[in-house]
Structures are given as C-alpha cells and as structure tokens.
Design a protein around this ligand. Sequence first.
Ligand code: PLP
Length: 385
Amino acid sequence: MAEYDSDDTAGGDTAGESTRSVHAGRPPAQPYEPSLPGPTFVSHFHLPGEATGPYTYGRDQNPTWTLLEQAISELESPADPTARTAVFASGMAAVSAVLLSQLSAGDTVVLPSDCYQTTRTLQKRLESYGVTVRLAPTRGDAQLRALDGARLLWLETPSNPGLDVCDIRRLADAAHAAGALVAVDNTLATPLGQRPLDLGADFSVASGTKALTGHGDLLLGYVTTRDPELAEQTLLWRKTVGAIPGPMEAWLAHRSLATLALRVDRQAANALELATALTERPEVTELRHPGLSTDPAHRLAAAQMRRFGSVVSFTLPDQEHAERFLAALRITVEATSFGSVQCTAERRARWGGDAVPPGFIRFSVGVEDAADIVADVTRALDAAK
Ligand code: PLP
C-alpha cells in the first residue's frame, strides 16, 4: 500500500477529508515510535551554550502544540501550506488574541450584533482602550454597511445561537476594498464544514472546545492565518499574555482530530434528521438549521459550507414549556456548549445576553443513533405539552 504523505495533502488538497483528519500533523512513521508522540510536559528546555529555538521556554513553544498546530493548518488551509496556526488555552483566548492584538486606540472594529455573547462582552473593553465598536447583524450581510473606515471586520457564520449565515467572500472582498482585515469565527462549522481562508478571510479563529475536539472534555482555541506578519503578531500576543494550552489538552485535541470527519458527518446527518422531524411539530416555531432546505440561510450555506454543523435551534411557546421539555429528555443532557459526541440542549435565555425568546432551545446533536435522538426529542415534546 502506498505510504500516506501529509506533504502531498497539504500541498495539493488531494486526499479525502477522513484521510486528512486521521493523518493531520502526525510525523512520518519511524520504527518503534508512536504514531502521535505523547504530550511533552516541560517548562524549560536544555539550552547549551548559545543555543536558541525552536524550543526555549514553555510559554513560547511546545512540541505537542507544534504537531497540533500543523494539523489544524492542514485542515483549515489544505491548499496553502504556508498557513500557520497558534493554539490557545480556550476559544476566548483566541478570539481576544486577534481583537486585542490587531486593534489600537482610534481604530474601528465591526462585530456581529448576534455573535457568541462573550465575544460581544469585549465591546466595553475595546471601547475603554479607545476603539470604536460598530455592531450589525449577520443576516443579510448587514455588516457591509458598517465597513467605512474600519480596521477589522469580525464575522461569525453560522452565528451562535441564531444560526444566521453571511456571505464570507462578499464581505471579505468589501472589507479588503475598505482597507479592513477580516476574521471569521469558524467554531460551529469546523474546518471540515467551511474554510474561511479560502473564502478570503485573513484569520480563521475558533473554539476547539466544541466540535473540533468533540468530546466535551477540554478547552482549546486557535487562530490560523496565511499572512506571516499576522502569524508573528498572534504568537507574540500569546507569549506576552500567556494564554497557552496545557500539553495534555493539546495532545487530547490532536488525538480527537482523527475522528473529526466521522463525527461531523454523523452529527450533520443526525442534525438534519432531527430538524426534519421537528418540522412536523406544531408547538415548534422559528426552527433553524442551515442544512434544512427550507431554512432562510440554506442557499448561502450550501454555497460556502461543506457540512452544516451539529446545532439545531427552535422556539417552544414559553419558558415553562421549554423547561418541561428539557427535563423530560433522557438521552440528551441539559448543558451549555455544543459540538460534543453527546446530545446537549439548553434554554438559551437562561443566561441573558442573547436576543432570543424565553422558549428558545439550542440543541446540539451528537453521534448517537438518529432514531434514538428523534425518539427522545419527540417523547420529551409530548411530555412537555
Ligand atoms: N466562539 C463561539 C462561536 C463560541 O460558541 C464559543 C463558546 O461557546 C467561543 C468562541 C469561546 O470558546 P471557549 O468556550 O472555548 O472559550
């Protein structure tokens, strides 16, 4: 059998996505060596004489991060092997690394008014540093009209929790024409669902806590860019702020990538099956899933995404109805976050901060059997009536 060569893939985007997920970032096979070297627990490296890099101090670089960063770069940017990734302690560490390293007093940033709420909480911090923050919704590419004079455009598509979609290519072209950089939060889609850099973005940023690693057992974030200067700035930010992942988390994340294609394919198929079943329920309104052919975002999502993610959102008549529904679920766990192998659901309004009705449910579909998921939800809806 021909030996798999990750360089071929990174350069030519030739191998299939399951193959790339399994092999991403793994070093060439060596006799008596593991396929994925174990985590390197280290704070200082031996530096004889005048020796410098690549590894000097544990806050700057770690060999376990290097392999994971290579893997994420291969997945986010298979067609361009110059892409570089920096991994962070969490998604928010990655989000704030881009926002806070790229923006200075006097700059303007355009943020989605409906993105992940903790990203929006950075608005006050940015304003206190003299940055102007403009907010516009994801739907209808409304951020286009806020670009004049901006230094950075931040996109999150599909948005969390509303699942609206914007046209990355169209917005990136307009932002670049206006002199702005473009960052896309790719958390919900994962690099197998969408490749923002191919669509013109300067940064692909994500929480690896969600579907990328998918087991609900670690926090991680990353920033990928093809621009060497932006990559250096991101690394310098990480080094100075120190928002670094532990080697164990980085290793677990890398190990989890081997099943990324399996997981996201299964989750997307299950999510579509659940969404389709929910169309039959009279008490369910505002049903959203970008893979559903009747969804207002479907046409655009189908044009720029390759998989539609694990999240289905819908609204039940009121808070009490939603609470009865969640309490009656058996397979599905009531929890925040999304993208795990296990079904999770929450009444989003419990947190405040999102413009959603009291009965709004964010449901993240796992890799259980679709029939069991649909039966669980149908039974819980019956019980909640
Ligand atoms: N971006 C999005 C779209 C998210 O949903 C989240 C978390 O829910 C984050 C970023 C932040 O990720 P983390 O929780 O890993 O800090």
